[in-house]
Write a protein that binds this ligand. Structure first.
Ligand SMILES: [Zn+2]
Length: 161
């Protein structure tokens, strides 16, 4: 099914190949660290920060310097494998370019972001043309309160009575 394939994005092999030819073209070094970082990046199914990536690498007992992480993520953006997302706050998040755009549900209390798919909305947005404008991608974030925070807030309100 075509839509399933789209939803999952490109295969890791295709992306790794894309990165390899990017490095070659830009005459950048083909270091094992860069591929290890890309492997980790491909495990994220939603947006992530360099901090998240750093934690995931540490969990894997693979230690790389913060500057290597930032530099590699920048290379992945330049190679159009990742894109930067403005999350509204001061932090910068990244997501894979090949993945179908999701709606981000961001909790304003705990800051957690959940991804949801809405096929009807995506179909509408993918077909939407704007006058005198060429869309490259879109990014929709819905702000509100998650269930966990809602419960906690309700409980706290109860205690204050
Ligand atoms: Zn929350």
């Amino acid at each position: 099914m075509v839509s399933k394939k789209l939803a999952e994005g490109q295969s890791s092999a295709v992306i790794i190949e894309k990165f390899a030819s990017f490095l070659k073209e830009k005459r950048k070094r083909n270091t094992p660290e860069r591929y290890k970082i890309l492997d980790k990046v491909l495990e994220f199914s939603k947006q992530f920060t360099v901090e998240d990536l750093s934690r995931a690498m540490r969990d894997d007992a693979f230690l790389v310097s913060r500057s290597t992480l930032y530099y590699t993520v920048d290379l992945l953006v330049e190679a159009q494998i990742l894109r930067k997302i403005n999350t509204g706050g001061s932090s910068i998040a990244y997501e894979r370019v090949d993945q179908v755009q999701h709606i981000h549900l961001k909790c304003e209390v705990c800051g957690k972001t959940k991804l949801v798919r809405d096929t009807a909305f995506m179909a509408y947005m993918n077909a939407r043309k704007f006058a005198a404008f060429r869309t490259r991608y879109y990014n929709l974030t819905v702000y509100g309160t998650c269930n966990d925070c809602m419960r906690r807030l309700k409980r706290n309100r109860g205690n204050n009575k």
